[in-house]
Design a protein around this ligand. Structure first.
Ligand code: MN
Ligand code: MN
Length: 407
């Protein structure tokens, strides 16, 4: 080997060592999640990797040892949905199409700029709404011609039963953003019955005959649907109020934030079903707040699938699906979670700030079975024969529900 060759070899060798070190550093940097490694199991990723996504699903990448078997996907982020942009705002949805397990419930996330209108419409599904930010006006007319209008703000809800025509409009400030829940996973926000679309596809002479006026009265009807469109911020509701055939028998809105929560050391829960909001015919929900380290206790729902929407914070949920199958999923703000009926689960705050999310069920009443109550209210010797736990484990468990347990 000539000196020149030797020098080349040494430089190449040094370069190779440097490259290897850089590679290791890069691998570490690319796996802020810690990579698919759990104790002595697993190994680093050699091929392509998506560090930010992997960090968001730490418990999928390196699952707890208790996870086993095959579960359906129980997480979908609104960040991955198609967003329909309109002059007045936007709308995106997570349905059975995005998340095949979601057969019972679908969710829409919608934003309206100040004054913007989600046009007058109706649909087959029941609509349950939750104001995420801002304030808005909702209107409806029922099958008896009774009218409803109300202005609502952040954290409050509405419910329009199947077929009841309604509208949504942002008030002042920065407008509003809200969630719409539907009692059918196949719901499609793009397939609702729209006032403008209907009348654009009705012969003018039929419209004229219907209202007993000349056809020219309908000259300005849009040729295409408006869906979400800009408009002026409306004036005070008291000036615009219409009563029609009288007030609706049950208010279509509910002040959830005025409701006293079930408070525990680990957080608080506001449950809204037909017992406190009689207009709710198909959907019930809970607004859950879990302090850092706290947990929504181990439980299941005998009456419905559960859909979750995460408003703030970080969490993980393990779902047990019988036959030794269990899977753990991580969530953060903007994610949707789903749990099939009767499958037990917990939701743990894994962040260092408040975890806030809503649980929604396709049922007019709230129902959950608590593992703690089940065990505490079964003869002790029977429980001990199964689990060998001491009586003291079950002694503090109370007869009233404590949905959130502390750290
Ligand atoms: Mn609607
Ligand atoms: Mn639940």
């Amino acid at each position: 080997m000539s000196n020149l060759q030797r020098r080349d070899f040494m430089v190449t060798g040094l370069a190779a060592t440097t490259a290897a070190l850089a590679g290791a550093a890069r691998a570490a940097a690319q796996e802020p999640s810690g990579g698919p490694i759990r104790g002595k199991e697993g190994a680093s990723i050699l091929g392509p990797t998506n560090p930010s996504r992997e960090a968001q699903s730490r418990d999928r990448l390196a699952p707890p040892v208790t996870d086993h078997g095959t579960l359906p996907n129980l997480k979908f982020s609104f960040a991955d949905t198609h967003n329909r942009l309109q002059p007045g705002g936007w709308a995106r949805q997570t349905t059975h199409r995005e998340m095949p397990v979601a057969t019972d419930l679908a969710i829409v996330n919608m934003r309206l700029k100040a004054g913007a209108i989600r046009e007058m419409h109706w649909h087959k599904e029941t609509e349950w709404g939750f104001v995420v930010k801002g304030s808005m006006r909702v209107t409806a007319v029922d099958d008896q011609g009774r009218a409803f209008q109300d202005d609502i703000t952040e954290g409050n809800i509405w419910n329009f039963p199947t077929g009841i025509p309604h509208s949504l409009q942002a008030l002042g400030g920065d407008g509003c953003e809200f969630l719409l829940l539907f009692d059918d996973g196949d719901f499609n926000e793009d397939e609702t019955f729209l006032l403008t679309d209907w009348l654009a596809h009705t012969p003018r002479e039929a419209l004229a005959k219907n209202f007993g006026v000349p056809e020219e009265a309908f000259a300005k009807i849009p040729k295409e649907e408006l869906y979400i469109f800009p408009a002026d911020v409306p004036g005070p509701l008291e000036k615009d109020r219409v009563t029609g055939a009288g007030p609706v028998p049950k208010s279509y809105t509910h002040r959830l934030m005025d409701q006293k929560p079930v408070e525990t050391k680990g957080g608080r829960v506001r449950i809204v079903d037909s017992s406190v909001f009689p207009a709710t015919t198909a959907i019930s929900a809970a607004l859950v707040e879990v302090e850092p380290g706290g947990m929504r206790e181990l439980h299941w729902h005998p009456n419905s699938d559960e859909l979750q929407y995460y408003l703030e914070g970080r969490s993980r949920m393990t779902v047990y699906a019988s036959e030794s199958s269990a899977g753990t999923f991580d969530y953060q703000a903007g994610d949707v979670g789903y749990v099939p009926r009767n499958m037990p689960h917990y939701i743990e705050n894994t962040g260092d700030s408040l975890l806030r999310y809503i649980e929604v069920w396709k049922s007019p009443w709230f129902s959950d079975v608590s593992l703690r109550q089940w065990l505490a209210f079964t003869p002790y010797e029977l429980v001990r024969a199964h689990l060998g736990i001491d009586r003291s484990v079950l002694a503090p468990i109370q007869v009233h529900k404590t949905p959130v347990v502390p750290a």
